[in-house]
Design a protein around this ligand. Sequence first.
Ligand code: PHE
Length: 343
Amino acid sequence: MEELLQKIEGYKQEIEAAKVTNADELEAFRIRYLGTKGLVKSVMAEMKNVPADKRKEFGLLLNDFKQFAEDKLEGLKMAANSSTHAASPEQDWSLPGDPLIVGTRHPLSIVRNQIVSIFKRLGFAVAEGPEIEDDWHNFTALNLPENHPARDMQDTFYLNQNPDYLLRTHTSSVQARVMEKQRPPIRIICPGRVYRNETISARAHCFFHQVEGLYVDDAVSFADLKQTLYFFVKEMFGADAKIRFRPSYFPFTEPSAEMDISCTVCGGKGCSLCKHTGWVEILGCGMVHPKMLENFKIDPESFTGFAFGMGIERICQLKYRINDLRLYSQNDVRFLRQFTGAV
Ligand code: PHE
């Protein structure tokens, strides 16, 4: 009896420690312990030699032992199923794995992230607003009342159901929303998609992306605007990039300007990208019109501000030489895959 108990204990330890690495070994384990001529059966056969008064106790012990072996078999089976290693021993594990297809960030997202991170370093916060906008935030509040001729500068998509609503034509609408709620100092950038009713071609699209900026505080000057944009251009295009301002007109800024940078392709010598001028326009800007500040109950006697707005596609074109706007929205993987690894 003592001897038998020891035998069972020994088997249990063996079972406990058993490991299999493939289906054949798993089967061998089953045969050794739980097969018709297996060890569990052979121990059970000893029952007849056990004295009658010990049979009950011994029976329980045997059941326990059998259960122990069965549980282990189940465990080994599960482990084998979850690892193809054991399930398919014929595989060559030294072969290189299937390559993982890593997604790529869209070039517009890459450039937007870069623009945002440069302005964040200057203390600008990101503000966002709706793409379906009302007339007030997109036009009227920005010093573009109804029938103002400058409304024609941007061909607008109005909503059929209610022409008071439209698809925003610029993210200046977000500036309006921020000035409505926040008091100076205000220092924000507004990245987002905008819509204009233009025929789709290589150079125009019915939607594109902008980053606009707004800084309102006491004593903000045109010099601050220039310095801020100068910093941006150096960070974005490198230390050799030059900038120049040309007078322009926007209803919401006075004075207004357009900013050019030295051509990123020819460095200013003249090429087809810059139409042989050496310069390419990248943004519109100016000092916030006093009327606009008044619209938001910000006293133009106490506060001044600057604003600017640029197209992300344009910056992208200069950085990556992408010359057809349609590429951005065609989702052609051959185009998109070129940006693997960029952040
Ligand atoms: N909102 C103008 C546009 O979309 C850009 C701009 C913004 C110009 C701010 C001046 C100041 O064309």
